[in-house]
Design a protein around this ligand. Structure first.
Ligand code: TXA
Ligand code: MG
Length: 350
């Protein structure tokens, strides 16, 4: 069902809210990616999410709230740091991990004694939560292992026939999932990088914020603390390689790889930027956005991975996007999609 975020149709949101209240699944837009919602405090409702997505049951869900006071309904204690971060970033792309209340079922938290909570910054999401009278557990609304959905059409591709309703509020603004910060650690710890950077969190809190060492490792030696970060997520069907180095060397290397692929009878796609797209020759050259504004890169990342699937290429060569602001968050997703396949080139190879 289409719903205009600026003029929300009461009948449409009313029906979606009724379905949530009845324990059904509704996909809805947030500012980050589309979510697949169910009543967070009802185990049977939350359990349906895992079945629809094909999601491992040990991977906990994020509880979405519309009022700060609702935090106390799911969190055992609300530390001052949570209030500070909520004042600074909610509603917005930040999820906080806190100790959970008993009322939150194991189905929602994957059996953990902590709970993930976020207040999304999207009028449709907020209205759905308020109208349903529920707190809404929602993972990204993709089939497990597929890129997260940034448009309603992506949800439809993955989940049609498996869920009660999709609210189509148009393409999302941010395009990558929320930053997750764990406030149960002695030092606040980022479990998943996102639009709210470590620097922004540290500034707001006036103290050091660390990043989970388990997500920085490029092997399986250290386990990430967020269960979802250990899976090979966001995987396109083709083999994805990231080529890193000075711009000229990267372009030369990727063109060489694409040429080799062509000679072997394989179809290849290149993920480039507005600044470099013209320099490539391949079966498909896709521009992900502009390096001058890395929010454009984050916004198109998942869409591009889905486009590569539709093009039915067998090889994807991508530039690396270690941009100053969102580079950490973007590369976290891209490296996972590539299974950490990185080809490093230097000027000499040009
Ligand atoms: O932007 C977002 O956060 C989107 C939108 C829909 O809000 N949601 C989202 O949910 O990305 P999902 O399920 O795709 O990712 C949730 C992540 C997973 O990596 C999960 O393991 C982690 O959060 N998580 C949830 N509860 C946790 C907990 N108690 N402790 C550690 N990690 C947790
Ligand atoms: Mg997800």
């Amino acid at each position: 069902m289409r719903v205009d975020p600026l003029r929300i149709d009461d009948n449409v949101i009313g029906e979606a809210a009724r379905l949530i209240g009845a324990g059904e699944l509704v996909a809805f837009p947030t500012e980050t990616v589309y979510g697949l919602g169910a009543d967070a405090l009802r185990a049977e409702a939350a359990a349906k999410i895992y079945a629809a997505k094909g999601r491992p049951s040990d991977n906990p869900l994020i509880v979405h709230i519309a009022e700060f006071d609702d935090l106390a309904r799911v969190a055992n204690d609300v530390p001052p740091q949570a209030k500070i971060l909520a004042d600074a970033f909610w509603p917005g792309p930040l999820t906080m991990i806190l100790n959970k209340k008993r009322e939150v079922p194991d189905a929602t938290t994957g059996g953990l004694d902590t709970v993930a909570v976020r207040m999304p910054n999207h009028p449709v999401a907020l209205e759905l939560i308020r109208k349903s009278g529920c707190l809404i557990a929602a993972p990204s609304a993709n089939a497990s292992g597929r890129p997260s959905p940034t448009e309603a059409a992506h949800v439809r591709q993955d989940l049609y026939g498996r869920i009660a309703m999709i609210l189509d509020g148009g393409a999302v603004g941010i395009g990558i999932e929320s930053t997750i910060v764990d406030l149960t650690e002695e030092v606040p710890m980022i479990l998943r990088p996102g639009y709210i950077t470590r620097e922004l969190l540290a500034d707001a809190l006036g103290r050091e914020v660390v990043t989970d060492p388990g997500i920085l490792a490029d092997d399986d030696a250290k386990r990430p603390k967020a269960p979802g970060m250990k899976y090979r997520h966001y995987a396109p069907k083709a083999r994805l390689s990231i080529v890193e180095g000075p711009e000229g060397a990267v372009i030369a290397k990727i063109n060489g790889l694409a040429e080799n692929a062509r000679r072997e009878g394989k179809k290849a796609a290149v993920i480039a930027t507005d600044e470099t797209a013209d320099a490539y020759e391949a079966d498909a050259v896709l521009s992900i956005g502009s390096r001058l504004d890395d929010a454009t890169i984050a916004r198109r990342l998942y869409r591009i991975l889905r486009e590569c699937d539709e093009l039915q290429v067998s090889e994807i060569y991508s530039e690396s996007f270690q941009t100053p602001n969102l580079g950490t968050a973007i590369m976290n997703r891209l490296l996972k999609a590539a299974g950490h396949t990185v080809i490093r080139v230097c000027e000499a190879e040009e």
